[in-house]
Design a protein around this ligand. Structure first.
Ligand code: G5P
Ligand code: MG
Length: 219
């Protein structure tokens, strides 16, 4: 299925490691829409040691949010690049200030909110490995790479994220509770947010795809 007639603009929200990247990759594959992940883009800048990468590195490593002014400017520019395509935005907005700014430049149609218990999340991040250039993500025991420590497609090295250390994970979950939860209320008030509960991405995915099938059938 491909959404050509309408430029659907969708968001995926959820706590750190709730499976936003995992569910997003299934959505973009099935519905052929662009995936814009703020975290993946920032990690790419850090890897390439750009000026932005140098500015944001400490925030990411410590599990803290990048300041709104930097983030809004960056993401508005990134979204301009895909304005003529349907997209799924992952990791942005994370504050009400960001949500307000996004709404002014591009109101969104659909918001998916993943709800996964924190104890499941804490367990998961210990086993996460990522391929930085593509953002492909693995988890030992869930989607284990074919060769240990190597990306399935490119055979390049996988790394663990510095912000997956226990103290940074704790910080990210605290920030999520205090700063990002109001973003859920922002979209609930607009009547466009749908919650999906589960302990695994395989449990959540059929609910997400049934919901999106119904939406895409209408466009
Ligand atoms: P990110 O990159 O947006 P987070 O913290 O929101 O980071 P994260 O960690 O990328 O979210 P996710 O995408 O929700 O998690 O989850 P995922 O990667 O798909 O899954 C997590 C792990 O679990 C993976 O290993 C996956 O394989 C595995 N997994 C998935 N499902 C299952 C399952 O069912 N079972 C099992 N066993 N495993 C599973 O942001 C990072 C940082 O960037 C900055 C901040 O510093 C932030 O901390 N940043 C921003 N700052 C300010 N404003 C913004 N808008 C920002 N955006 C990014
Ligand atoms: Mg992610």
């Amino acid at each position: 299925m491909s959404v050509k007639n309408k430029l659907l603009k969708a968001l995926i929200l959820g706590a750190p490691a709730s499976g936003k990247g995992t569910i997003s990759s299934r959505i973009v594959k099935k519905y052929n829409i662009a995936h814009v992940s703020s975290g993946d883009k920032l990690r790419d800048h850090i890897e390439k040691q750009t000026d932005l990468g140098k500015t944001v590195k400490t925030f990411l490593n410590e599990g803290k949010l990048v300041p709104d002014d930097v983030m809004i400017k960056f993401m508005v520019t990134e979204l301009k690049k895909v304005e003529d395509q349907p997209w799924l935005l992952d990791g942005f907005p994370r504050t009400v200030g960001q949500a307000d700014a996004l709404w002014k430049v591009q109101p969104v149609d659909v918001v998916l909110n993943l709800v996964v218990p924190f104890e499941v999340i804490i367990d998961r991040v210990k086993n996460r490995w990522v391929h930085l250039p593509s953002g492909r993500v693995y988890n030992i025991g869930f989607n284990t790479p074919k060769v240990k420590g190597k990306d399935d497609i490119t055979d390049e090295a996988l790394v663990q994220r510095p912000d997956d250390k226990p103290e940074a994970v704790q910080k990210r979950l605290e920030i999520y509770e205090s700063v990002t939860r109001p973003v859920i209320e922002f979209y609930t008030a607009k009547g466009i947010l749908k919650e999906f509960h589960g302990r695994t991405s395989d449990e959540i995915w059929p609910k997400v795809t049934a919901y999106l099938d119904a939406i895409f059938a209408k466009v």
